[in-house]
Design a protein around this ligand. Structure first.
Ligand code: ZN
Length: 315
């Protein structure tokens, strides 16, 4: 079987949800390490208001300092037009790695498929969010940036419960029509199950056609993250988002945690002979390093157990 593309989201989705602010030079060290594991895509930071998410207030400094090889696509999360203004300003600073044309290549925009979750997250109705997102996508495309739209609570909402597939896919179509080349479907609080995922992606591919890349973003909140990833893979999805060390989650509702760990996803895929281009040992070293930086044990299984077969290799 051919390969899959993985976007590492830990430096944004993970660092944003840590109670403490990670020093900028530690973030840069971790991102530079991740960028050398063979990952194709990396979400480095977010241009959110510093008073709302102080953990990522150093976005321009991080982007100015990271040394990412040009073959790794760097993305930033953009919450609104003001965030895009700041991001475009940061784009004017030349990247450290002279082989790179720009400090970042992609923007990610987001909204929720649930009215209640969207309101709790960004204090707007879905329609208002969509209008804002469309404006950001238009301007980002004009600036020559690749665009991804992520739909939170695509598989269920902690406040509303069931989220109709039709609603999720109509938001996805709107994102595509506004210029998103990729749409990510987030299981923000870990409510998806493999059968649902399988049916969802079969229908999504049928409805949205081949013009837009479809990406699966699962959380391991209830331990079903990898099962859901496998269901998406079997349904034909080849693009995933995950977080080293199983960092991250969603600040709403409180306590909801855990993207699937990139090293767990990579380990499973490699054992199935699905290629990712990622060096698992190098990735585990990055997860071990972030565990040291944070000073607490992380939830990733592969971080604890090591890669399959390590005991025979004598490591
Ligand atoms: Zn996530």
């Amino acid at each position: 079987m051919s390969g899959v593309r993985i976007r590492e989201v830990g430096p944004r989705d993970g660092f944003q949800n840590e109670p403490e602010v990670i020093p900028t030079d530690r973030k840069v060290e971790l991102i530079d390490g991740l960028a050398r594991t063979g990952l194709a895509r990396l979400e480095a930071t977010s241009f959110v208001r510093a008073d709302v998410i102080p953990q990522l207030a150093d976005a321009p400094e991080v982007l100015a300092a990271i040394d990412v090889p040009p073959e790794v696509s760097v993305s930033v999360l953009i919450p609104n037009e003001r965030g895009l203004d700041a991001a475009l300003q940061a784009l004017e600073r030349p990247p450290v790695n002279a082989r790179r044309e720009r400090a970042f290549d992609e923007v990610n925009v987001f909204l929720s498929a649930s009215e209640t979750h969207n309101r709790k997250n960004v204090n707007r109705a879905i329609a208002e969010s969509l209008a804002g997102v469309e404006a950001v996508l238009g301007r980002a495309r004009e600036a020559g940036l690749r665009c991804e739209g992520v739909i939170s609570t695509s598989f269920g909402c902690p406040y509303e419960g069931h989220v109709p597939v039709e609603r999720v896919l109509s938001i996805a179509a709107a994102l595509r029509d506004a210029g998103a080349q990729e749409v990510g479907f987030g299981d923000t609080t870990g409510m998806a199950n493999p059968r649902q995922v399988s049916e969802f992606f079969a229908r999504a591919q049928e409805d949205l056609g081949g013009g837009v890349e479809l990406t699966a973003h699962f959380h391991n909140t209830r331990g079903q993250g990898l099962a859901n990833a496998l269901a998406a893979l079997d349904a034909g999805i080849e693009s995933f988002e995950s977080s080293f060390g199983e960092l991250g989650g969603c600040p709403v509702p409180p306590g909801a945690t855990g993207n699937i760990a990139t090293e767990d996803l990579v380990s499973m895929l490699h054992e199935m002979d699905v290629q990712t281009g990622i060096d698992l040992d190098a990735l585990i070293a990055c997860a071990r390093r972030v565990q040291e930086v944070l000073g607490r044990p992380l939830g990733s299984h592969t971080l604890v157990a090591g890669p399959v077969g390590w005991e025979h290799a004598g490591r």
